[in-house]
Each structure stands twice: as C-alpha cells, then as structure tokens.
Design a binder for this molecule. Structure first.
Ligand code: FAD
Length: 422
C-alpha cells in the first residue's frame, strides 16, 4: 500500500521481499476490511469495480447452548483473504498478472516507478554519514550480500522485523499464554442449515475461557461466487500446560515452531485431541466446521508496542506489524497497516510532519493494542484480568485525551486564539 501511494506521487520505489517468488500463499486465512483498509480498496484500487471481499452485515454473538443470536451489531465492511489482497496490491503496484487478477490495470499514468525484487533479505540498516540510508541485502538463494542506498526506507517487514530487532533490541513481546487454532472449509462441503446461520456475518461463539470467530471468505483464486467460497474459523483456547503448548507447536518432523505451526505440519494426535475438545465444547451445528478442516494450523498469541517509529533524521519509518503488533481479537492488523501507509504518503507530500505522523500512528496503535487485550480477556480470562486490562485501556485513553488537550492549549497560547474543548 505504501509502495502504491509513493509510486503514484512520483517516487521511485523498490520493494525488497525475502520470499523467493511472487507467488504467495496466505499463511492465515481471513482479513476483515474495515475503516482504513476498506477506504484504501474503495478509493485507491484501480480495480475497485471488481470486489475482493464478501460483504459482511453484522457481528453476531451466539448463545452457546442454542446457537441463537444473543446479541448483534452492525459491521461496516467485508471479509477477504490475505492472498486476494496481496495479488490485488501487486496488480496496482507493478501490474502483476495472476490467477487472482487476470487483467491488471494500466499503470502508465503513475508518476514514479515500482520494482518488486524477490529473494532479497534485508539484514542490516544504517545511516553512516547522516545522509542516505544504507541497507545490507542478502540474496536468499546465494547468501551473497550487497549494499543498497536509499533516500527513504520504509520498514514493513512484519512482526519479526529484523530492522526493528536491530534498532530496538530491548523490545519484548508479551504472550498471554493462549493460542489460536485456524482453518478453512469450502462452503460446498457444509450443510445449508449451518450456512444459513453464518454466511455474510461475523459470528462469535463464546465458551468458558475460550471462543470461536467464524466468517465467510473468498474461495480459490479469490472467487466470490456463492457455493465456491470458504468459511474461516479461528478458535482461541488455552493449552493445559506449557508442555502441551510446546507439543502443539512441534511439527511432524519434530521441529518446534516459535509462533506459528504452518498448514500441513500438525501432528495427527494433536489435532485429534483438539477435535475431541471441539465435540465436547461446541454445539453440534457448529462442530461440523471444525471436523471438516483439512489443514489446521495454530499460532501463539502475542503483542508488542514500539515507542518510536522514525529513525535516521526521518529517513527510516516503521509501519505495519513491524511497528506494533496487536493481539488479533479486534482484527486490526491490516487496517492499521493501511492507516500507517496512507498517513506516511501525506508526510512525503508535505501535508503532515514526520513528528505528527509518528504521534498519530503510535497513539492509535497503542489504543488498539490495549482495546484488543480487553476483548481477549473478556472471553478468555478471569474477571480480575478483565478489570486490569480495562484499567490499562482507560488509563491510555485518559492520558491521550490529556495530551491532546495540553497540545491544543499550548498551540492556542502560541497563536493567541481561544482553545477548543479537548
Ligand atoms: C505470507 C503471509 C500471509 C499472511 N496471511 C494472513 C492472513 O491470511 N490473514 C491475516 O489476517 N493476516 C495474515 N498475515 C498477516 C497480515 O497480513 C499482517 O498482519 C498485516 O497485513 C500487516 O502487514 P505487514 O506488511 O506489516 O506485515 P506482513 O504482512 O507480515 O509482511 C511482511 C513482509 O516482509 C517480508 N520480510 C520479513 N522480513 C524481511 C526481511 N528481513 N527482508 C525482506 N523482506 C522481509 C515478509 O516475507 C513479508 O512478505 C499474513 C502475513 C504474511 C507474511
């Protein structure tokens, strides 16, 4: 998204991607398109006439005993997949043709240029003389390194960002201890009674210290046709012990994964145990989805929060998951990444200062991170943890409101005008 904005503004953008090919598979499954990311695809996607998401009308919380709707909120957005969003962005950035996007848009009107280089891993970043940023880039296939220079570097290298680890070595992840089991099932293999209840809605199914989120996503190659779509399931639960958690994350080859055990690698006995739990805990109508997942995978939930987003005299900016990671309860990962990118393009065209950008993205992300903790603890933790997380969220809101009021007061005193209320 940042690349698209900057290229259209006339910048010469090179994206360095460590994956060895442009063909990418979503590691997880669904992405909620709300707020900034929704606006991005409505206003800046040259193919916006071809929808990439399944419209979603409401969030429905089910009664766990009956599966009747216990409460309902309107949802202004749609749900898509990581791969559908990725291929659409590539079509807009450098016209990549793919099975998701057979007819990429004409990009000749873009004022700048865009290169997407795969198999290039950034291993070090510096600004030795205070001027251009110097990157050490490793060729993943040959392990050879080379140096590159850039006027501006945007570090969008995800939650395991090597650049963040280099520049903020003391930043720690917090891990509450629960995990998320995930998988998808084609709608064609599910009963009509079940589809009538869940399709077109974001379903939350609460259980004791556990909950499930279910929603509809595009099917193969991003198809939105009814009957060819898929259902995405995400089930948050606590492993019974640290040892069980390690066992869940150990794959069929005996290798233990740090954050995500990928598709196709789960030990059959681990999934058999989870299915047993599902049959015991979940209503028979919904358990059908869990039983039909063919390639389950699981991730440990974590979050972290940076306190700095710009380096080297505003020549390096962190955005997306590289900057701050929220627990996934509020579904904000892609949305916040879109916000960072949109606002950064305003820094590049002089409508926002780098300091204002940093303050806005850090404040918004910290609020979202603490809000996600409240949602997570509501369904997964004891009342005490809910109170603690609510208190942190309240403190954060209070502090940010006070700061905002203070800034307005200071700026009105400098300009001599009457302050507006905070
Ligand atoms: C392959 C993949 C699939 C995903 N699938 C889903 C999904 O289905 N649903 C969902 O909700 N979220 C998914 N996510 C996460 C989600 O996309 C992000 O939370 C969100 O979009 C924020 O994006 P980001 O660009 O900050 O980080 P990411 O999406 O994590 O992207 C970071 C990119 O940087 C590359 N990279 C990392 N380190 C280096 C390095 N040193 N040098 C060069 N390149 C590097 C990675 O290969 C990756 O392509 C996925 C992420 C990835 C990488």
């Amino acid at each position: 998204m940042a690349g698209i904005f900057l290229k259209r503004q006339g910048h010469h953008v090179t994206i360095l991607e460590q994956a060895s090919s442009s063909e990418r598979e979503g590691v997880a499954a669904g992405i909620g398109q709300t707020d900034h990311v929704k606006r991005f695809f409505e206003e800046h996607d040259h193919l916006s006439h071809v929808p990439i998401g399944v419209p979603c009308e409401s969030v429905r919380i089910l009664n766990p005993q009956t599966t009747e709707v216990a409460s309902l909120w309107p949802y202004k957005g749609s749900t898509t997949t990581w791969d559908a969003a990725y291929y659409r962005l590539r079509a807009n950035f450098n016209g990549l043709r793919s099975s998701y996007c057979m007819d990429p848009p004409d990009l000749t009107a873009d004022a700048g240029s865009g290169m997407y280089e795969t198999g290039k891993r950034v291993v070090d970043v510096s600004a030795p003389d205070g001027g251009k940023v110097r990157l050490t880039v490793q060729d993943v296939a040959t392990a050879q390194t080379q140096h590159r220079e850039a006027d501006i570097v945007i570090a969008a290298d995800g939650a395991n960002s090597s650049m963040r680890r280099q520049l903020q070595p003391s930043l720690q992840r917090e891990e509450p201890g629960y995990v998320i089991w995930r998988g998808t099932v084609p709608t064609s293999s599910l009963s009509q009674a079940l589809l009538d209840k869940i399709e077109g809605h974001l379903i939350a199914y609460p259980m004791r210290y556990s909950y499930i989120i279910i929603y509809t996503i595009p099917g193969n190659n991003g198809t939105l046709k009814p009957g060819e779509r898929a259902i995405n399931l995400a089930w948050y639960s606590w492993p019974s012990s640290r040892q069980q958690r390690d066992d869940i994350l150990t794959d069929t080859d005996g290798r233990m994964h740090r954050t995500t055990l990928p598709k196709g690698k789960m030990k059959p006995e681990v999934w058999a145990h989870q299915l047993e739990q599902a049959r015991r805990m979940i209503h028979p109508l919904l358990v059908e989805i869990v039983e039909k997942i063919e390639e389950p995978f699981v991730s440990v939930i974590s979050s972290f929060s940076s306190t700095k987003a710009r380096y080297f005299n505003d020549r390096l900016f962190f955005i997306g998951d590289a900057l701050t990671q929220c627990r996934p309860h509020s579904g904000q990962g892609t949305n916040l990444a879109a916000m960072d990118a949109m606002l950064l393009s305003q820094v590049m065209n002089g409508r926002l200062t780098a300091a204002e950008w940093e303050r806005t993205v850090l404040e918004t992300r910290e609020r979202e991170r603490l809000r996600a903790n409240v949602i997570g603890s509501w369904y997964l933790c004891s009342w005490w943890s809910i109170v603690v997380n609510l208190a942190w969220f309240g403190l954060c809101l209070g502090r940010q409101l006070l700061w905002r009021w203070w800034r307005r007061l200071s700026s009105s005193q400098t300009t001599g005008s009457k302050p507006k209320s905070a």
